[in-house]
Design a protein around this ligand. Structure first.
Ligand code: G3P
Ligand code: MG
Length: 252
């Protein structure tokens, strides 16, 4: 299933399947092969996580440190792109992927931007910004991806900072029960197009509330085929999964 714009996809009435950090179950998360595999498996899009490198590049890593997914250590934002590119982001997963590099958002757009919709999750835990929103906005503009992305974050401040930079890009608020801060009250009154709840938050009542408030609902992480079927029947717009092949088989 492919769509020209993110909005078309959200309005299609279909339940889309997105690869979470790519096809994360089968390839190292947040790398080009993981994104390409999601495409091969038939996903309509991918979700990925972005930070700003020390020298101002949008780089794709999940954690705030490189420790778990590379052969290096330390905070992502304290490393230059050159330093990040020297790391091996594949061998932690399996020998087959030894030597893989951390991609930039530019590289992802170049590799799969024409074929996949992209949910860009901005990672930020601060009330202050290191400029990550600007770096992401500039990259989206450079690649003419404005209509093919949706920007999400757990951090309401990040979303509020991003919106004026590219007002037409869709925005999704990420949340789950039991978060340390009451981010839901922080997002109140801020217009956004989508809610990105943790999968356990969704039931009929939630969907009624979301519809009444004109929110698209994109949920994570959906790895159980039976649950995916339920979510489809509830009218969820997108399920973000580690195994796009498995979930597509269940709901197509
Ligand atoms: O964007 C959905 C999901 O990725 C949010 O949580 O920690 O997997 O980035 P996390
Ligand atoms: Mg994420």
């Amino acid at each position: 299933m492919s769509f020209a714009t993110f909005k078309d996809a959200m309005l299609s009435g279909e339940t889309l399947v997105f690869g979470h950090r790519g096809a994360k179950d089968y390839a190292p998360m947040n790398t080009i092969p993981a994104f390409e595999l999601a495409l091969e498996q038939g996903a309509a899009g991918i979700e990925l996580d972005v930070h700003r490198s020390k020298d101002g590049h949008p780089v794709i890593v999940h954690d705030f440190t490189v420790d778990a997914t590379t052969d290096g250590d330390g905070n992502v934002v304290e490393k230059t792109l050159d330093e990040l590119k020297r790391l091996d982001a594949g061998s932690w997963f399996s020998d087959e992927f030894t030597g893989l590099k951390i991609p930039t958002l530019d590289e992802v757009f170049e590799a799969v931007g024409d074929s996949l919709l992209i949910n860009v999750e901005i990672k930020s835990m601060d009330t202050e910004t290191d400029g990550v929103e600007q770096v992401v906005a500039d990259c989206i503009t450079r690649h003419n991806m404005r209509d093919r992305v949706l920007v999400s974050s757990f951090n309401p401040m990040t979303l509020k900072r991003f919106r004026p930079l590219l007002p037409h890009v869709m925005i999704g608020f990420l949340y789950m029960a039991g978060m340390q801060m009451d981010t839901e009250s922080m997002i109140e009154g801020f217009a956004h197009e989508a809610r990105h709840p943790y999968v356990d938050m969704i039931d009929e009542q939630y969907m009624t509330w979301a519809n009444d408030n004109n929110y698209f609902v994109n949920t994570w992480t959906v790895n159980d085929p039976e649950r995916a079927k339920e979510l489809k029947s509830l009218g969820v717009n997108c399920v973000i999964t580690d195994a796009p092949d498995l979930i597509l088989k269940a709901i197509q």
